[in-house]
Each structure stands twice: as C-alpha cells, then as structure tokens.
Design a protein around this ligand. Structure first.
Ligand code: FPP
Length: 259
C-alpha cells in the first residue's frame, strides 16, 4: 500500500463506534499525539522517571489498539524528539531499550491486527540495534493496510522542513524542478509524511500549551485537544471523550459555513 492510498477506514467492528457514541463517518482519519507527562507521573509516585516511561509504553499499546479498533487510518505518536537527545544518557538509553522491547513485542500484534509500522525522523541517529528492529517490524508489516502507525523518533519538525528545502533546492539545481512549480503539495511530498493525510486531531497530554517542534507544517488545520492527564494515566475512556468532542466541533478551514 502506498501512503497515497490512505483513506477513511471502517472500524473493526461496525457496532463499535455506536457503542462509543461516535459517528464512524466523522472520525478523524489521522490522529497525532504528543505523549507528555511520564516524568511527572513518576515523580508524583516517588518513582524513577524511567518507571514513568515504562507505564507510558503500556498507554501506547492501549491507544494503538483502540485507534485500530474504532477505525482510525493513521496514528502518529511523538515518541522521541531531536531535543530528547539532550536528556541524561541513562534516560536516553532506557527510552531506546523500551522502544526496542516495544518493537519486538508488538510485531505480532501489529501483524495480527493489520497495522503497518512506519518511522518518521532521523532514523540513522538511533542505535544500530533499534534501527534493526525498526527495519524488521517495518518489513513484517509493510503489506498491512488496516492502520498506519507512525512513530516519530529523533523527530524534529524544523529539521524535517529543512530536509525538504534541501531536497527541493537540489532538484532545482539539477534542473528537475522549476521554481515556479513548487506548490504546497509538492513541498509536502518531500516531508516524512509524504502522501499521508494531515492530522485532523492533535492531542497533547499533561496540560502543556506547546507544539514542541511537532508536525509544524502538517497541523496547519488540525483541531487541538490538550488534556491535563499525564500520559501514563491516559485511558481509553478519555480518548473516546476527546473523539466525541472532536465530532462536535465545527471545522471551517478559514471559510464561512453556508446557512
Ligand atoms: C514525555 O514525557 C515523553 C517522552 C519524552 C517519551 C515518550 C515515550 C513513551 C511514551 C514510552 C515509550 C514509547 C514507545 C513507543 C514504546 P516527559 O519525560 O517529558 O515527562 P515530563 O514532562 O513530565 O518530565
């Protein structure tokens, strides 16, 4: 499946959206999530920050399962930013270990549930063993078309935009691209998310009112939902409530809706 073929999915169980009070035709095709608050969750419980990330990984599993169940086509999770490399070495190592464990343990679940894994970000900066597991999981799931799970790893939106600019500039230099023909669609086709629909809903946990260098181009028209809940405490019920809220919003894209 090419990413350009991504469309609205049917939920696994046609009654499921009704059970949750959701209109299946108004579900966001693409949800992006800034998973924040693992450290504060651990601190509140007088635990090491790593414990917060471990509990956060359980929430990731639940959210992936739920999104697949209700028929979301693309889920993008901000798992590790370019800025996160600046964290203490022990925390970075623990996050990489968790990621590797996740990729190994979830490969079967993704295969069984028709989920395709993709990574956006500077894959080459990741440790070699993590890169290998990413490749294995991506290969094992590449024909799946039930849901696309994008893990943003060593991801930074400004770096992504610069990368696109460099690629377009190189094409212009080589005579492959005419400056007058650089369009929004053409620009977007040089981003990691090439061919994917933009996120219609951006969720951030833990109450911070920031975008933190995440999908700056792609979220131009996303609905934003910020919840105070810390990521390890985020539940399926809250995700469903957020989706209900999303469905009640009027999306105008800068236009005036006709009477
Ligand atoms: C933010 O919490 C979270 C991260 C930097 C990493 C996200 C990682 C996970 C959810 C677990 C592993 C991921 C996968 C895909 C298995 P924070 O540490 O910034 O929290 P704080 O702001 O409270 O300190």
């Amino acid at each position: 499946m090419r990413f350009t073929e991504i469309k609205r999915k049917k939920s696994l169980n046609s009654k499921i959206s009704n059970t949750y009070g959701l209109d299946p035709d108004k579900l966001p095709v693409h949800i992006a999530i800034i998973m924040d608050g693992n450290g504060r969750w651990a601190k509140k419980k007088l635990l090491n920050r790593i414990k917060g990330h471990e509990k956060g990984a359980d929430t990731v599993r639940m959210v992936v399962r739920t999104c697949r169940e209700i028929g979301i086509s693309v889920l993008t999770l901000y798992a590790f930013s370019t800025e996160n490399w600046e964290r203490p070495k022990t925390e970075v190592a623990a996050l990489m270990m968790l990621l590797k464990k996740f990729l190994i343990s979830e490969k079967k679940e993704m295969t069984d549930n028709n989920i395709r894994l993709n990574v956006i970000g500077q894959k080459k900066r990741l440790p070699a063993d993590v890169q290998e597991e990413i490749q294995r999981a991506m290969n094992a799931t590449c024909v799946n078309d039930g849901m696309l799970l994008n893990l943003a790893l060593s991801y930074g939106s400004r770096a992504e935009i610069l990368r696109a600019v460099r690629r377009i500039a190189a094409d212009v230099k080589d005579g492959l691209q005419d400056i007058g023909h650089i369009s929004e669609d053409n620009f977007a086709s040089h981003l990691y998310t090439a061919g994917m629909p933009d996120p219609e809903l951006l969720i951030r946990t833990s109450g911070e009112m920031r975008i933190s260098n995440f999908l700056l181009w792609q979220i131009a028209y996303s609905e934003i939902h910020i919840t105070q809940t810390l990521w390890p405490d985020f539940t399926k019920e809250e995700l469903i409530r957020i989706l209900n809220d999303f469905q009640s919003r009027e999306r105008r894209f800068g236009r005036v809706l006709e009477e």
